[in-house]
Design a protein around this ligand. Structure first.
Ligand code: CA
Length: 231
């Protein structure tokens, strides 16, 4: 098979690197390994991988710097691998252009799901396909053309802001969007807003969409990071 997608793993911890490599290879991707930032960057330029799994804590240069340098020449999807102690870096990485993150320790299914989402989003962007007209998932439908949201066929009344929020998340379904990113997208880069306004709107949305707003099914909270809508 020559059309395997290549995944570059930049991770200095050998065990974790081996674990990820096994998952990658047994799921029919090709794996490349780098154990520090500089060799990761060099493999990225020489092999042009389809996806990068990037550890933030690296022995030579910081994972954040690796990300910034990659973004200087490539839009390749990057999933950041972070430790629980790197909450702030994780959010920064997303704001700096990482596509997603995964927190150690993680399982193979979680990693594969993140990988598939990131690859799908990048393929969609590359093919410049027109944006999808509809989001549909388990009874929830959003018609982007008509700007109409229905739940089990029933019209759901949303305010303008609520609709903007739901459609932004739906267009990026499966991907986590940070609070800052969402605030900028909905209220503009100069708006004097904070997470509180987002939380209030999200609470209202959940009351309208979720059977149990305390245990949301459609829109998850990624604590300290942002929101992710089910794909
Ligand atoms: Ca590390």
């Amino acid at each position: 098979m020559t059309n395997k997608q290549t995944v570059l793993i930049i991770e200095d911890e050998k065990n974790i690197g081996n674990f990820i490599e096994t998952i990658v290879i047994s799921n029919h991707y090709k794996a490349l390994r780098a154990s520090n930032g500089m060799s990761g960057l060099s493999l990225c330029t020489s092999h042009r991988p389809d996806l990068i799994l990037l550890d933030l804590g690296l022995p030579d240069i910081d994972g954040m710097e690796v990300l910034q340098r990659i973004r200087g020449f490539s839009n390749v999807p990057v999933i950041v691998i972070s430790a629980r102690t790197q909450e702030r870096e994780k959010v920064d990485a997303l704001d700096q252009g990482a596509d997603d993150y995964i927190t150690k320790p993680f399982g193979s299914e979680e990693l594969l799901a993140r990988m598939r989402t990131a690859l799908r989003h990048s393929e969609r962007a590359a093919s410049a396909a027109p944006q999808e007209q509809k989001y549909s998932r388990d009874g929830l439908e959003i018609d982007f053309d008509k700007r109409v949201v229905t739940l089990q066929g029933e019209y759901v009344h949303l305010t303008q802001i609520e609709y903007k929020l739901v459609s932004l998340l739906a267009r990026n379904a499966g991907k986590v969007l940070t609070y800052d990113y969402i605030l900028k997208e909905i209220w503009g880069p100069y708006a004097d807003t904070d997470n509180q306004i987002l939380r209030v709107n999200m609470a209202n949305i959940r009351r309208k969409l979720e059977k149990n707003p305390a245990e949301p099914y459609y829109i998850f909270t990624e604590i300290g990071v942002g929101y992710r809508m089910i794909e």
